[in-house]
Ligand binder design. Structure first.
Ligand code: NAD
Ligand code: UDP
Length: 338
């Protein structure tokens, strides 16, 4: 169970996963401080928390030293999620991505050390690179190309893990490490570049659905609600201290199969077209979630079809919302002639 009087800091809290986490933590009664530089996050993601007394947003880049008042804010939990996660976005400024993971992680770990707050690092299945074992277990050391365009993210996250486990070994901080596998759901951006948001937006607008390469590469997609449940359980689990834990949905499918499923579910007339396969794109990915099941009693409960339907519905609503005229203060006043 969560401790009473939890004060949680969520870095990257205006992003896709971070904003759902802010919602969940405030709903559970925590006071939540959200820190974000808004490079890929949006204040719109925090709309539901606008009037929430126990929620505050601070614009800040974690590469820079953290504001000193944070060490006096009685923080008990730090969810460190700041980092662009889409290949298009994290490769746009690789130096910033690497520094976010190295300098940014150092800043939050030192905050954890000063305050005694427990820290959960959002790591990734990308630390396994293009994996040679399948499915991936936590003891697999990975196969990452440190010279390629994904390295700023993959190696950045590996460095973030290395630093986090050093703080653990030296008893400088109480840490948890989540290795998150592809996660999707409402609040992804249409221009995010990741496969589910791309395909959902392409299918809904009737545009061509892009598969990179021949679409035979696989991924395993986890719905956001399941991920949030896994993350909050992991944070509160004593036995997971200092251990990496895979969180993801083991339901694996090819990208071509995903494109076909998207067309079926949207009833779209979109064509499927091919684009070049990006460099170092992993061939297969599927989590072994045995450790999460054993330590957290967690496994995903939302199947792909159900999760995709909810996501498609959200993107469709968003399209309609954006297409509507915005009545900022009041609806139009009827005139006498009407
Ligand atoms: P996202 O891009 O929607 O969110 C990242 C957030 O971090 C954004 O709000 C962005 O503005 C913020 N940010 C980036 N750099 C920052 C910096 N230097 N200082 C402050 N804020 C910064 O991505 P997401 O999918 O929500 O991913 C969140 C975290 O989860 C990331 O750390 C990512 O590596 C990890 N993760 C996500 C997935 C996934 O499938 N969604 C998979 C593995 C790991
Ligand atoms: N992908 C695709 N079409 C797209 C976007 C991505 O075929 O419009 C592929 C991409 O090459 C990769 C997979 O889908 O093989 C998952 O890509 P994503 O960027 O979502 O996540 P990651 O590669 O980080 O797992």
């Amino acid at each position: 169970m969560r401790e009473p009087h939890t004060v949680a800091l969520v870095t990257g809290g205006a992003g896709f996963i971070g904003s759902h986490l802010c919602d969940r933590l405030t709903a559970d009664g925590a006071r939540v401080l959200c820190l974000d530089n808004l490079i890929t996050g949006r204040s719109d993601n925090l709309r539901s928390l606008e009037r929430e007394r126990r929620f505050d947003f601070f614009e800040h880049d974690v590469i820079e030293p953290l504001p000193p008042w944070l060490s006096r804010a009685r923080i008990t939990r730090i969810y460190h999620f700041a980092c662009a996660a889409s290949p298009d976005h994290y490769q746009a400024d690789p130096e910033h991505t690497m520094l976010t993971n190295v300098a940014g992680t150092r800043h939050v770990l030192r905050l954890a050390e000063q305050t005694g707050a427990r820290l959960l690092l959002a790591s990734t299945s990308e630390i396994y690179g293009d994996p040679e074992i399948h499915p991936q277990t936590e003891d697999y050391a990975g196969s990452v190309n440190c010279t390629g365009p994904r390295a700023c993210y993959d190696e950045g996250k590996r460095a973030a893990e290395a630093l986090t486990f050093d703080f653990h070994r030296h008893q400088r901080a109480d840490v948890r490490v989540a290795r998150i596998f592809n996660t999707y759901g409402p609040r992804m951006r249409c221009d995010d570049g990741r496969v589910i948001s791309n395909m959902a937006c392409q299918a809904l607008s009737g545009g061509d659905i892009t598969i990179y390469g021949d679409g035979s590469q696989t991924r395993s997609f986890c719905f956001i609600d399941d991920m949030i449940e896994g993350l909050t359980r992991l944070m509160e689990c004593r036995a997971a201290q200092g251990l990496p834990v895979n969180l993801g949905n083991p339901e694996e499918l090819s990208i071509l199969a995903l494109a076909k499923r998207m067309i079926e579910l949207t009833g779209s007339r979109s064509r499927i077209i091919q684009r070049p396969l990006p460099t170092d794109d992993p061939r297969r990915r599927k989590p072994d979630i045995g450790r999460a099941l054993k330590l957290l009693g967690w496994r995903p409960t939302v199947g792909l079809e159900q999760g995709l339907e909810a996501t498609i519905e959200w993107f469709d609503d968003e399209r309609n919302r954006i297409a509507q005229p915005a009545y900022v203060d009041a609806p139009p006043v009827a005139t006498a002639a009407e």
